[in-house]
Design a protein around this ligand. Sequence first.
Ligand SMILES: Nc1ncnc2c1ncn2[C@@H]1O[C@H](COP(=O)(O)OP(=O)(O)O)[C@@H](O)[C@H]1O
Ligand SMILES: [Mg+2]
Length: 329
Amino acid sequence: MRVALLFNARPMQTPDSLPEDWYEEYDKPETIAAVAFALEGIGARVTPLPFDRCLPRKLDEGSYDFVFNIAEGHGRRCREAVPAAICELLGIPYTGSDPLTLALTLDKWLARRAVSPEVPVARAAKIESDADVPALETILYPAIVKPNDEGSSKGIRSDSVVSDAGEAADLCRRLRESYGCPVLVEEFLPGTEVTVGMAGNGKSTRLLGMMEVAPADENEQFVYSVEVKRDWRNRVRYYVPPRIDQGARKEVERLAMTAYVLLGCRDIARIDFRFDGNGRPRFLECNPLPGLDPDNSDIVLLSKRDIAYDHLVQGILLAAAGRNGVSLS
Ligand SMILES: Nc1ncnc2c1ncn2[C@@H]1O[C@H](COP(=O)(O)OP(=O)(O)O)[C@@H](O)[C@H]1O
Ligand SMILES: [Mg+2]
């Protein structure tokens, strides 16, 4: 089977005009090579194709049987939907969620609205323009201020936790200017952070694993910020399974399954939760294109006790092939 591997490569340099974490969600060459190697292990003939303006033509002329999609696209909240939409245009089956789910989940505000009330979320305000600033008075502080249409902790730093509406308004203005998107101000959830891997479709949807993400220094107020993620070896401890009781684990599993279905996820996704001050889990966001870095992506870490990296990657293609009624031979 001929498989096109769609990706966005991480540039070596970020222009001074952009925030320095602008390319954080794009893949390193090592990740693209590791995914290709895993797919070749089940007989796929893999051609890596970068996401650019030539992609539709290259895909159309390449006689590919399938697309393995890890491309994040360019632009704002629809960017992740574009590579999948190109596959739809050309009628080539592809791994992962469809454009609607990819766009919906990249807009954190809309994703929260789609999953709640079945899956609880923290109270929040979306600030798109100065006219929205009064909404900052409707939530309780401390709160966290994050770009609404970003991922990989872009724009989330140690100073993203604010203690009142005035500080929130200042940070919203700065984030809107630098990231060019609305900002989500969400009540700060002080409890344990858990991320959940989900895989499969329909009746064979299953939990891949669940992992607590905790600070190496337990006295620190933890935010899995871009600086902390980059320095994960020193600043983060990962616990599989999470250090929460079995009842809480079951509840998070049920909520993750519900969110996966409500958001229309396919083949794979990683869903982040955090516990509030009363010990109740709250949905943060869903990642239907989870990072697949073999060394440090959360979905790899949370599943590696049970699933080797190559099997994890192969499982995505197998799930997508099964969904499309395509044989891998
Ligand atoms: N409401 C919140 N309360 C406490 N921490 C939060 C909250 N929202 C986000 N965070 C912290 O910021 C990190 C990144 O936020 P998240 O919403 O998952 O965005 P991203 O798409 O960038 O991963 C989370 O892993 C968590 O540590
Ligand atoms: Mg996250």
